[in-house]
Design a protein around this ligand. Sequence first.
Ligand SMILES: C[S@@+](CC[C@H](N)C(=O)[O-])C[C@H]1O[C@@H](n2cnc3c(N)ncnc32)[C@H](O)[C@@H]1O
Length: 311
Amino acid sequence: MAIHNKSHSNHALMSLNKLRKDNTWKQKSSDDFEKPKEVKIVHSIRDCCDFLRELPDESVQLICVDPPYNLELTGWDIYDNYIKWASKWIDEAYRVLSKSGNMVIFGGIQFRDAKSGDLIDIIHYVRHHTRFKLINTITWYYKNGMSAHRYFANRHEEIIWLAKTNDYYFDLDSVREPYLEEDLKLALKDKRLNPENTMKGKNPTNVWQIGRLNGNSKERVGHPTQKPVEIIDRLIKSLSYPGSVVVDFFAGSGTVGRVCIMEGRHCLMCDNDIASKEFFAKHLELMRNSGQSTAYKEIENISDFFNTDKD
Ligand SMILES: C[S@@+](CC[C@H](N)C(=O)[O-])C[C@H]1O[C@@H](n2cnc3c(N)ncnc32)[C@H](O)[C@@H]1O
């Protein structure tokens, strides 16, 4: 039996389309903002909850965190009650996000032994105990990984995207992917697609194929779970705007800080391991070696960060 496309009778979609036609609805994009003359960075070494408590209400545009996955791989990755611990920083994160704010959390759902909690429990917690809206679950798919014999070798991790309200900032145009010539011709003939958007490129979808960092990757600065710049860049470009405040309270090597310098966002980083500073210094060295600007102003404490002019 054929199932008909009912989008023409979907009232939410119809009113959204009407707003678009009337031109009363306009999603802001990075072109609406100027990059700041100087990026400001705080890099704090302490527990994430102590750090978060110091941030003012509704002061942050994007929280981009890659927390311990509770895999018992290292000392900082073991929790008796993972979700009890995670709920503390999730609740604080909600408080500090602005109304247009977004939060992304990396995690895995394929691990068999995370008995005290993992990303599944985080999703359950945000659904049932917070007012966060789950916008997307992004699958980060990679071709390189460990082999396996008793199950299918894992080749993906997840990133959940949460928004504080329905007025969340999202700049799709900044991360569209170019069509191949043949695909572009077909897309332009597709009546369901807006040709103006088609010319800008395609939606990268919620499955992202980006290689993990191998041991010998040029990007590596020595942190065991360092994330690729390409993934963080896509998140920062689409979910925050130039001059806005981005926070990573599980900074690790400081990949988020590195991308904030590249993209003109102010950044607050925190990690409870002092080695985070050395890793970040290596990121800066790599940037300099590849001719990228590393100009930023380091601010000692959070109150000074919010009291100084960020333009
Ligand atoms: C998965 S790693 C982050 C890696 C990072 N995304 C990168 O690209 O380098 C998690 C980090 O959280 C830190 N961490 C663990 N528990 C913490 C806590 N309670 N407060 C602050 N940092 C913590 C660890 O030291 C570790 O560096």
